[in-house]
Design a binder for this molecule. Structure first.
Ligand SMILES: NC(=O)c1ccc[n+]([C@@H]2O[C@H](COP(=O)([O-])OP(=O)(O)OC[C@H]3O[C@@H](n4cnc5c(N)ncnc54)[C@H](O)[C@@H]3O)[C@@H](O)[C@H]2O)c1
Ligand SMILES: [Zn+2]
Length: 370
């Protein structure tokens, strides 16, 4: 088991990464609460596998859990769903001293964290991340929230959990496509901050795909460390957090485009991870054409993405002009200006706000190359 301390805005919490951590949920939740009430939020997929042991652990710690399973998927991240949860929390008599537990992927922990942030102006919460994306990305930084029909993650709050459990044993049941989504963020973390992590991914791609628990534990722990370093440094070095957006300027545009057009991405479903992989390929190409990034580094990124089962080319037609328009509408684009994070080497990036539309067009065209 590895324990990583996340220090943010005057508070701190531990992320524990390992196998067989679910039985320790009761202890963590108990430590966070001042009453026996525990309100557990999960989704129907995760409930099938892990609700039983989670409830058992909460009970064993002397808590009286009430559990609700929301429908799986992004569709559950709504104010209406949050409203339904408030109703149930109130009916269950959850008071300010109680604790909320989010057991699931990023959707569930974002929703549970948001409900915990807002119910009675904030109650304690504990996250049990069961998806790779949840463990390496959503578990660190304290961002919680729900979607607006017109904009993802529009409504939210910062609310740090009291503790996070990342039980890599739970990844055994995660569907392949969801594992790949997490792996795209892992490659991103390596490219922005850690050349040694990229070497590890090159060496251990097979073991990761086979969900070897020891390799998963080491990789998740390093990713939590990287994200924690970046978000806590952001409070001092304004804007460092933006480097987490590598691959996402083009990636988000491709993702929105595929949703809108009902298109596939690289022969597979239009997931966030596949879009980010293609986004990183395109953004690395912009960096190489600017003479920032060596050809060998660009090739290594491409190879590692492909070995992890992520797309590096688009088999589908893409309307570059529509993609550019979507990128400009992204909430992270300031006054329609595209902000890029470009790699200078494996493990090192710079920020650029002077990338031209033509550079983006050429980079999008490179996605059609074989
Ligand atoms: N708060 C943050 O900083 C942050 C960062 C990144 C992403 N996010 C959010 O995270 C969400 C995406 O998270 P996600 O990819 O985990 O999606 P998700 O929570 O929808 O999980 C993906 C799918 O896998 C299933 N699943 C999860 N764990 C499982 C397991 N162990 N076994 C079997 N099935 C399992 C879920 O039921 C779901 O169907 C998005 O809403 C995104 O906005 C938040
Ligand atoms: Zn992402």
């Amino acid at each position: 088991m590895q324990r990583i301390r996340v220090q943010v805005t005057g508070s701190a919490y531990d992320v524990r990464i390992g196998t067989d951590l679910l039985p320790t949920l009761g202890r963590e939740a108990k430590a966070a609460s001042r009453s026996p009430d525990a309100f557990l939020i999960t989704d129907a997929h995760v409930a099938d596998h892990y609700l039983g042991p989670a409830v058992q652990s909460l009970r064993a710690a002397g808590l009286a859990p009430m559990a609700v399973a929301v429908p799986p998927g992004e569709g559950a991240k709504t104010l209406a769903q949050a409203g339904d949860l408030y109703d149930r929390m109130l009916r269950a008599g959850l008071d300010r001293g109680g604790v909320v537990v989010g057991l699931g992927g990023g959707v569930v922990t974002d929703l549970a964290g948001f409900v915990a942030a807002t119910y009675m102006r904030g109650v304690a919460w504990v996250a049990v991340s069961t998806s790779l994306l949840g463990q390496v990305d959503a578990s660190v930084g304290g961002k919680t929230g729900v979607d607006h029909p017109e904009c993802k993650n529009l409504i939210g709050a910062f609310h740090q959990p009291a503790a996070v459990l990342a039980d890599v044993g739970t990844l055994a049941t995660l569907p392949d496509e969801e594992l790949r989504t997490g792996l795209a963020e892992v490659v991103k973390h390596a490219m922005i901050r850690d050349a040694a992590l990229l070497e590890r991914l090159e060496a251990d791609a097979g073991a990761l795909l086979a969900r070897d628990p020891a390799v998963l534990e080491a990789v998740v722990a390093r990713n939590v460390e990287i994200k924690a370093e970046v978000v806590s440094a952001d409070e001092r070095e304004g804007g460092l957090r933006r480097i987490l957006n590598y691959g996402h300027t083009v990636g988000h545009a491709i993702e929105s485009y595929a949703m809108e057009a009902g298109a596939a991405l690289g022969g597979g479903p239009a997931t966030h991870g596949r879009a980010v992989a293609l986004g990183m390929v395109a953004e690395a190409r912009i960096a190489r054409r600017r003479g920032l990034l060596a050809e060998d580094a660009e090739r290594r990124q491409r190879q590692v993405l492909a070995r992890l089962g992520l797309p590096v080319t688009l088999n589908e037609p893409l309307d570059a002009e529509r993609c550019l328009a979507l990128a400009r509408h992204d909430k992270k684009a300031e006054a329609g200006r595209l902000r890029f994070v470009l790699p200078e080497a494996v493990g090192r990036v710079v920020q650029a706000d002077d990338v031209t539309d033509d550079e983006v067009r050429v980079a999008l065209a490179c996605l059609a190359e074989r």
